[in-house]
Design a protein around this ligand. Structure first.
Ligand code: NOJ
Length: 748
């Protein structure tokens, strides 16, 4: 058959069109020139060199120790080296002394800032401010890339409904919608809206379901159904892939018996085929090797074959690929085409980052970038927005001028390392400003500092010294909570009360009759019900980072007004866990049953209540998701929908009036929740579908409009397909997940 010239021209035009070189558009943004370079290089590589690219090692400090392997092309990526001089040397060996001159991908856990540390990710989520979070991730990328780190293992997108799990600190909390918006913000921030030498590849992790560890115990098994995976756990990852995330990390857990590192359903069917991801998939640290401990493979060789078959491209620290893949390919157990695909995914990212052209950094210039004033300012603003006011009997904001003596107390008042939070490898104590330092800077000798407890877990019978100081003070500022070491990876708790004698300290302070403002710094929501009674105001700050001190001082003194909202439900007691706002509707929803202690038993009574609640702690949390006070008050009125009936292609517009009815200019995080009343499967009682930060001057009011595309109401129903099911819905515009009056609408 003759092919006409026109047809040939058409074919050429299609192949040369941007993002279209005979394959689907690239999720990570590569184009035909990148793809052509990948193919050219791949065609020159030996099998051993290909497998070398798939090997990631922790090479911290040891240039000489790894030089030989680098020269031989046996390492594709290193982690845990941040010294720009050493990174340049690592790159030089690869570029000049290895056969093909392929640069290294240098990775680091830059989780919430590099040198300038921002609030922990849970605190970032409390801002409900994706724009600010993107700005913070950009700062982290600018600082880290200037030292040669071009790949961060962040953002962590694990939905966490259990605060016993220490890693709740590293994610955005319990909500799928909020997590998805934070995911996009961090991907854009790290990688940059346009690629340049400050682009740092994001790594979305841990794929998937890791935050649902049974009992909140790290590394534990999960049992998430496919519907639950698709409705709750996968959407943040999909949002991040759509935002162009370059890389993804498999998780440690087995879900329903299948470890993620060997799970072809999630890594191939969902990630590659459904979402079109063409970035790089890396294992978690030795998670491939741990498939042997799981009993999912006999030895390192067996699990290496299983990981490649499942769709893993790079092995972090199992040394399973480098030791066994060549043999596995020769024996036919692993196809070379699978190795080629993995190497394509790795090289694609190296080309996209421009590493072949610019493998080295300017060591002198990198120094000037760290802790730049603009970076510290962004960290302070973020810490201000992330603090949540949970109680205020009118004590805050303090009037600084009228205070003659201020008692600063508590184990977190001057704990620079601890206020940085978990995963702050590169933040330095010497650059961290604590609340004590910030308050002394403002008030000088008017500040008395008596810590009471030198660390949170300390126990003490009496607090005579602190109590004596409190008696002399006009106000007591107590900084309590948990040190960084009590949350994060493998740091889980089975009790969520303030540890040590911190509650007793607050009790003793309150007994003096002096006004007490408590500030809790923590990596998770703690069960602070008892402590609320022992203070007049309580500000909750997830570990706030380098500029936590000035931010908290500004909030306490009214130079900033709290606007943070809880990104996760605060349970009243640990026994309520898991407690999250978007639970499914049960057949016997809670209806104000009496608590055990209030019930008068009648003779022969056989039941104390027939709805879904706890006899001793009811069905309500201490604070619901989305909750947070301000120094001002906001009123919502005139909530209206633009229609009563929508088609699946419509966009819902809800309008309302927001009025600042108090005395302070302030920002309110307005939230939109939706409930699908009847579904082919049981639906959540409500789900967040939108939020916005609205700033209003004292006394001002504004009509606000928010848009929710009806397609956002789609879910995976009984037929295993994602769609909007027609029917009746309710919609709330509210200051948190537990308030507001619903509006009704239909989808037809
Ligand atoms: C293990 C952690 O689970 C993961 O989050 C981290 O990125 C890697 N170690 C690398 O440090």
């Amino acid at each position: 058959m003759r092919v006409s010239t026109i047809n040939l021209l058409l074919l050429a035009a299609i192949l040369l069109a941007p993002g279209c070189n005979g394959r689907k558009a690239s999720s990570v943004g590569s184009d035909h020139s990148v793809e052509a370079r990948v193919e050219r290089l791949l065609s020159r590589m030996t099998l051993a060199e290909k497998i070398g690219q798939m090997n990631q090692v922790s090479a911290g400090g040891d240039v000489a120790g790894y030089a030989e392997a680098l020269r031989n092309g046996q390492i594709g990526s290193i982690l845990n080296e941040v010294d720009p001089v050493k990174i340049n040397e690592f790159q030089r060996i690869c570029m000049e002394e290895s056969r093909l001159g392929i640069p290294l991908l240098v990775a680091r856990d830059v989780i919430h800032g590099f040198h300038t540390v921002f609030p922990i990710p849970l605190g970032l989520a409390a801002t409900f401010d994706p724009q600010l979070v993107e700005e913070g991730a950009r700062v982290a990328a600018v600082e880290a890339t200037s030292q040669g780190v071009r790949w961060t293992f962040s953002p962590m997108l694990d939905i966490a409904r259990d605060p016993r799990w220490g890693r709740i600190a590293e994610g955005s909390g319990e909500d799928t919608w909020l997590d998805s918006r934070m995911a996009e913000a961090m991907v854009y921030g790290y990688q940059g809206r346009t690629a340049d030498s400050t682009s740092m590849s994001a790594c979305i992790k841990h794929f998937v379901g890791y935050g649902a560890a049974e009992g909140g115990r790290d590394y534990n098994s999960t049992f998430i159904s496919e519907r639950q995976l698709r409705n709750i756990y996968l959407p943040p990852f999909e949002a991040a892939v759509k935002a162009g995330a370059h890389t993804l990390m498999t998780s440690f857990n087995d879900n329903d018996g299948v470890p993620s590192t060997g799970n072809a359903f999630i890594l191939k069917d969902v990630l590659r085929k459904e979402w079109g991801f063409d970035g790089l998939v890396v294992t978690d640290w030795n998670s491939m090797g741990e498939m042997v401990s799981h009993g999912f493979g006999t030895d390192r060789k067996d699990v290496a074959a299983k990981a490649v078959a499942a769709g893993v491209d790079m092995d972090m620290m199992t040394f399973g690929f480098i030791s066994h893949l060549e043999e596995l390919v020769h024996s036919g157990a692993v196809k070379e085409s699978a190795i080629n695909d993995a190497v394509r995914n790795i090289l694609r990212i190296k080309f996209l980052l421009g590493l072949f052209e610019h493998p080295y950094v300017d060591v002198e210039a990198s120094r000037a970038v760290q802790y730049a004033p603009g970076h510290l300012d962004a960290a302070r603003r973020t810490a201000e927005e992330s603090a949540i006011l949970l109680k205020n009997d009118g004590l805050l904001p303090l009037d600084g001028n009228s205070l003659r003596r201020i008692l600063v107390t508590g184990p977190l008042a001057d704990a620079p390392h601890d206020q940085l939070g978990t995963w702050a490898f590169d933040g330095e104590k010497s650059h961290t400003v604590t609340p004590l330092a910030a308050l002394r800077e403002r008030f000088g000798a008017r500040v008395d500092y008596v810590p009471g407890l030198t660390y949170s877990r300390q126990t003490r019978e009496r607090f005579d010294d602190v109590v004596a100081a409190a008696r002399k003070a006009d106000v007591v500022l107590a900084f309590v909570g948990e040190e960084a070491i009590l949350s994060g990876e493998a740091h889980c708790l089975s009790d969520l009360n303030l540890v040590g004698s911190q509650s007793e300290l607050l009790e003793a302070l309150k007994a003096t009759g002096k006004p007490v403002a408590a500030v809790v710094m923590a990596g998770r929501p703690l069960t602070i019900g008892r402590d609320l009674d022992n203070c007049d105001a309580l500000l909750y700050s997830f570990h706030p980072g380098t500029m936590g001190g000035p931010a908290l001082a500004n909030l306490l003194l009214g130079d900033a007004v709290p606007s943070g909202k809880t990104p996760v439900t605060f349970p009243a007691t640990v026994g309520q866990v898991p407690m999250y706002y978007n639970h499914n509707m049960t057949g016997r929803p809670y209806r104000n049953e009496k608590l055990m202690q209030d019930i008068e038993l009648e003779a022969g009574q056989t039941s104390l209540g027939n709805t879904s609640y706890y006899l001793d702690s009811g069905a309500s949390p201490l604070f619901p998701f989305g909750y947070g006070l301000s120094y001002t008050t906001f009123e919502y009125s005139d909530q209206k929908l633009d229609k009563d009936v929508y088609s699946p292609k419509d966009t819902i517009t809800v309008s309302f009036t927001l009025a600042n009815t108090g005395k302070y200019d302030a920002t309110e995080v307005v939230q939109v929740y939706v409930r699908d009343l009847v579904g082919s499967v049981t639906r959540p009682v409500k789900e967040l579908k939108g939020f916005d930060r609205i700033t209003l001057a004292a006394g001002a009011r504004r009509t606000v409009q928010m848009s929710i595309p009806v397609r956002e109401l789609a879910f995976w129903g009984l037929d295993g397909r994602k769609k909007v099911e027609p029917g009746d819905f309710q919609l709330w515009v509210a200051p948190d997940s537990a308030s507001g009056t619903p509006l009704s609408f239909k989808v037809r």
